[in-house]
Ligand binder design. Structure first.
Ligand code: SAM
Ligand code: SF4
Length: 361
């Protein structure tokens, strides 16, 4: 049987404990095996992008996500670096090219730098991205970039200290902005800011945000507030259609940019007088799921076919044992065939997603 974790030049797999580690300088080469099997679903969609949650824990209390803060409700037995490496290796053997580390808050993990290093060392993975609330960004972004981080999204929901504190529960605006500044000193593939589109922020207007990107090479992406099982009341009060932003942008000289193959569901707008861009992620818009190219795996190794689906596929046993690559591929591929055409958010059905910290938004 083909083993799940072959190393370059290794004729037969060694017992797990004896295997060379990445720090020995050996590259993992998933494309040497199982190359022909690609992660596709019954609608012909190809999945080359993995959103990987590394923890459910978060230190912030964002109003739309974890308004009462993260509470432990089950054991914190999250995948370790070795399991994560195996998981990503398995997906890379099926055509995966991009991994986004998310959570919870990924930066609460003390071994985050080694996780980034392990993931970026896997052949076939050419983008290692992360979404963070900016915690410890200023302190560690240099290490993360040295370890292989190539793309960064920072969640910043307001451009002033008071509103930032009100939304996140933390008086960290200055620190997060310093982290953003530090990140921009690196030659990253992209630095983006995520901001959830809330009725309150719309009332403050978009002018401040466009000023923010006038001279900064940053894309601010507004995400339409999504309904989860936890936030029904908040959603009813604060959800605003992305059309409001789209209308403002059009009226103010911003034009939608041509979409690239790896762009995902965001529409980005450009303006000749602005260095940065403004983007919109509108999950309630028609056709949003048609170009879905992503899979999600929870911090405990459970693959979710859709952010707003039910249940998932447990892969953990294969990651904890010396499992075979063929078994991994067959399990993933089999599950992908039951992926639905789209989510049912418009019918107020968020599946079993309590909040986005649980699965990694
Ligand atoms: N803690 C990290 C952060 O906040 O960037 C990563 C995890 S967070 C769940 C990922 C993204 O999901 C963040 O940009 C956050 O703003 C967004 N998010 C969380 N809950 C959301 C919701 N109900 N609707 C829309 N976006 C949401
Ligand atoms: Fe934490 Fe991110 Fe959720 Fe905010 S959006 S509570 S930072 S997981």
């Amino acid at each position: 049987m083909t083993q799940l974790y072959p190393f370059a030049g290794a004729s037969a797999p060694e017992p797990l404990a004896l295997r060379p580690s990445i720090s020995d300088g050996l590259k993992v080469t998933p494309n040497t095996m199982g190359d022909a099997i690609k992660a596709t679903d019954s609608y012909g969609r190809r999945f080359h992008y993995l959103r990987l949650s590394v923890t459910e824990v978060c230190n912030f209390r964002c109003t739309y996500c974890l308004p009462n803060g993260w509470k432990k409700s089950s054991p914190m037995n999250y995948m370790d670096t070795q399991e994560i490496r195996r998981l990503v290796f398995g997906f890379a053997s099926m055509g995966l090219a991009k991994v986004r580390l998310t959570g919870g808050e990924p930066a609460v993990r003390k071994d985050l730098t080694s996780i980034i290093e392990a993931v970026s060392d896997i052949d076939g993975v050419n983008k290692v991205a992360m979404t963070t609330n900016g915690y410890n960004l200023n302190r560690y972004v240099d290490d993360w970039v040295s370890a292989g981080l190539s793309h960064l999204n920072i969640s910043i929901d307001a451009l002033n200290r008071e509103t930032f504190l009100k939304i996140t529960g933390h008086d960290r605006f200055e620190d997060v902005m310093a982290g953003l500044g530090r990140a921009l000193e690196h030659d990253l593939g992209a630095v983006k800011v995520n901001a959830v589109l809330l009725r309150d922020s719309v009332e403050d207007g978009f002018k401040g945000w466009s000023d923010f990107v006038r001279n900064r090479p940053v894309t601010v992406r507004f995400i339409e507030l999504m309904r989860t099982l936890d936030n029904a009341e908040f959603f009813a009060d604060q959800h605003v259609s992305g059309e409001v932003l789209r209308g403002w942008l059009t009226q103010n000289g911003w034009a939608p940019k041509m979409r690239g193959i790896d762009d995902g569901p965001a529409i980005e707008f450009v303006h000749p007088d602005y260095v940065g861009r403004i983007g919109l992620i509108a999950p309630y818009s028609k056709g949003f799921c048609d170009s879905c190219n992503r899979l999600r795996v929870s911090a405990k190794g459970n693959m979710k076919l859709c952010l707003f689906g039910n249940g998932g596929l447990d892969l953990r046993d294969l990651l904890q044992s010396d499992g075979g690559l063929e078994e991994f591929q067959a399990r993933v591929l089999g599950s992908l065939q039951s992926k639905n055409a789209g989510h049912r958010l418009s019918a107020s059905n968020p599946g079993d997603t309590m909040n986005l910290a649980q699965t990694g938004g």
